[in-house]
Design a protein around this ligand. Sequence first.
Ligand code: 5AD
Ligand code: SF4
Length: 439
Amino acid sequence: MQKYKIITYGCQMNVHESEKAAGILKTLGYEPCLDEADADLLLYNTCCIRDNAEKRAIGNIGAAKKYKKANRNLIIAVMGCMTQQEKAGESLRSRLPFVDIVIGTNNLDKLGEYITQFTEARKPVIAIDDNENPAINENLPIYRTSGTNAWINIMYGCNNFCTYCIVPYVRGRERSRHPAAVIDEFKAMLDAGYKEITLLGQNVNSYGNDIGLKHGFVDLLEKLASFSGDHRIRFMTSHPKDFSRDLIDVIAGSKNICNNIHLPVQSGSDKILKLMNRHYTRADYLDIIDQIRAKIPNCGITSDIMVGFPYEEEADFLDTLDLVERVKYSGAFTFVYSVRKGTPAAAMPQIDPLIAKDRIMRLVALQNKITKEVSKTYEGRTCRVLCEDMAPKHDNLVCGRTDCGRMVTFSGNIGDIGKFFDVEIESSKSASLFGKVIN
Ligand code: 5AD
Ligand code: SF4
């Protein structure tokens, strides 16, 4: 039996796309292996959202040369966002000539054909279609590897063109799946016993706009929430400019939809938000937060925040800190702005990297303090937790998340994975909670 290993970089979209690649490889008769050295096929699923993500992928693909030396028949393939950048196919092959197959973001469904083509001709295969209206393939096999959680793509691509972001260039325009296709997949996941289902899209709030639906996401979520059973629904990512009030009501009114919203703000300064082409102001954003807090009191709200964007001055950064202080995110992903070639912000004057470094440290310190404070508020409370896995490095501790998205560690064993527990939170440390099962 031929063996494969997929090495995935980047976001949940990529994690899920690797599951699709794995589904195709399984139909070809491949089986997964843990160690690169044992593989007959290494597939790198890349990310190019920031320079460091890209460098890490390139470095690791470069290091794969040694496996090829040890096994001349090893196939090395590269897929994901990096391949879809301008001229990336050729430049990847010229920098890493031992790569055998390069697949664009719209070519994944033909992975099997490319592998056959390569094994027959032993000539490099570069297959990168452009992003002009690619069809959605509803028939891809999926080999799910994310434990108790099943990912479901509801849409692909992004229309927003935030001025810093490469995603619209490498993933193309928004394409929504038909609601019936999403609902069928959702039902199949429930039948398969998944306890948590996460809906994925770059901007789930504009789901359906491209196929003529009026309240696409709210209607879809309401429909999915109407299925009875002991399971829960998450979704990501929301864009504040399209976040509707109806959505808050649907979440508040359903026990199956998690009280957990990832709502990236990026910056707390109106000047910077405008330069980023985000289409909302700080006041708009804070207004949404107030409404969420009023209707979903225990909602875990998380964010993506960037510092060091062109023209960011100390006053703009202080606006970001102030917003973070007001919102009290339960957690945040924080980034230093990274220049992406071909995006509008790449042509703007860049700020001193030392200033950006100082700001990210201050932002991280503030968010860490808030994360800790929010964690403390859980102490003494009882939370419903879905046991997801064994706790790292422990035989008798398990971990899982609360409805609001907080990680909790508690006593348990492997048989508890996939079950819900009421856990009384006894203590906390940074973002982690520790508790005991009370049912
Ligand atoms: N530099 C830094 N961070 C970026 N992100 C997107 N593009 C860039 C970039 N060029 C961040 C945003 C986005 C998250 C997925 O990645 O915060 O929400
Ligand atoms: Fe990038 Fe903005 Fe689209 Fe998110 S919404 S993927 S940040 S362009």
